[in-house]
Design a protein around this ligand. Structure first.
Ligand code: SAM
Ligand code: SF4
Length: 334
């Protein structure tokens, strides 16, 4: 049993919440086919949490026992003054890890500054090593910018980079081994993600593109000896060591391997909605609280503490039905 005092976040299922993923913008320079529609409307800037509000929210969570914060989006590096936000958050007492998920397109420009500001880990999304296909999947992205960004981040001091790849059958599943080879050659961890039905897209049929983590693992196992790793990133990934390399392969399997029983995380959208689960609409409007009580961390902590009663036991995703979650992933913060 967890001790349930007012400074620890415990939900109704006795899960301790110590990991916050916070979206710093819903905007992005890419339009990945599984994440966004081609034409997107974004939240008006006045509705997005300011840097001061983001800092206050992070302070409230760390005072409630959150030990890991991941900045995400949209594309976090689109947000101006991100390094100054990182400087504010990275020194919050109790925080053990500050991470960011990015599409990598701006890492050449910002890698060094992010490292100096106190960012500790970076995950870069990379679904293809073929420039034409990369452009097709991201609609606007340039593969070489991202590969250069990964190199720049390593050179800046991020020596624990991880790659995230969403694999879609018939689109990039023939690159599973190429992505694995790239990760091993560059001593990077690589996590394969099953596509989730977040938001209405018409570019492809999600159910037809589904490929399970088990199938990906089987294909990898034809070339790489894999042994289950006991390591955890504090997230939903299950890891395997890859014999003879410094890399690990991870799998995030929201469909084929429900990871909810060990869920330790919540999300805050760019608009300041606290989401208790990626696959569920339960939420609390933290922006309304922060704007009604500016600078008041105590009121904010009370609202976050109370919100734990709304965290559902598990998510339900069904690829054959219309999405029950109308939010796109860029809103949610992946
Ligand atoms: N723009 C950054 C990036 O792409 O890394 C951060 C935000 S993005 C929403 C975070 C992660 O969510 C990315 O790794 C992306 O591939 C993943 N993602 C987006 N839409 C998804 C979906 N429908 N199913 C599964 N993963 C998705
Ligand atoms: Fe942008 Fe990331 Fe969504 Fe791609 S996955 S559109 S890079 S937010």
């Amino acid at each position: 049993m967890h001790e349930n005092d007012k400074n620890t976040l415990i939900d109704r299922f006795n899960r301790k919440v110590d990991y916050l993923r916070i979206s710093v913008t819903d905007r992005c320079d890419f339009r990945c086919v599984y994440c966004m529609a081609e034409e997107m409307s974004f939240v008006p800037r006045a509705e997005i949490l300011t840097l001061e509000e983001l800092t206050l929210v992070c302070q409230a969570f760390t005072e409630l026992g959150v030990r890991k914060i991941r900045l995400t989006g949209g594309e976090p590096l689109i947000r101006s003054n991100l390094p100054s936000l990182i400087r504010n958050i990275s020194t919050l007492p109790g925080l053990e890890e500050l991470a960011m998920t990015t599409n990598g397109s701006r890492l050449v420009r910002f890698g060094e500054e992010l490292y100096q500001a106190g960012l500790q880990r970076i995950n870069v999304s990379l679904d293809s090593l073929n420039p034409a296909r990369f452009k097709k999947i991201t609609r606007t992205g340039n593969l070489q910018d991202v590969l250069n960004g990964i190199d720049a981040a390593k050179a800046a001091g991020f020596n624990n980079l991880k790659i995230n790849s969403v694999i879609l059958k018939g689109r990039n599943d023939d690159e599973i081994l190429d992505l694995a080879d790239y990760a091993c050659r560059n001593e990077l961890d690589l996590t394969f993600i099953e596509e989730m039905p977040l938001g209405q897209i018409d570019e492809h049929e999600r159910s037809e593109c589904f490929i399970s983590s088990a199938e990906i693992r089987d294909r990898l196992a034809t070339c790489y000896p894999l042994t289950p790793s006991s390591a955890s990133s504090g997230g939903p990934s299950r890891y395997y060591n890859v014999k003879g390399t410094k890399s690990r392969f991870g799998f995030i399997s929201p469909h084929s391997d429900n990871f909810c029983s060990a869920c330790n995380r919540v999300r805050v959208t760019a608009e300041g909605m606290l989401l208790l689960c990626l696959g569920n609409e339960n939420s609390v409007d933290l922006k309304a609280i922060v704007r009604k009580h500016p600078g008041d961390v105590t009121v904010l902590k009370g609202a976050i503490f109370a919100a734990m009663a709304l965290k559902p036991e598990k998510h339900y995703f069904d690829l054959d039905e219309a999405p029950q979650i109308v939010r796109f992933m860029n809103m949610t913060g992946g």
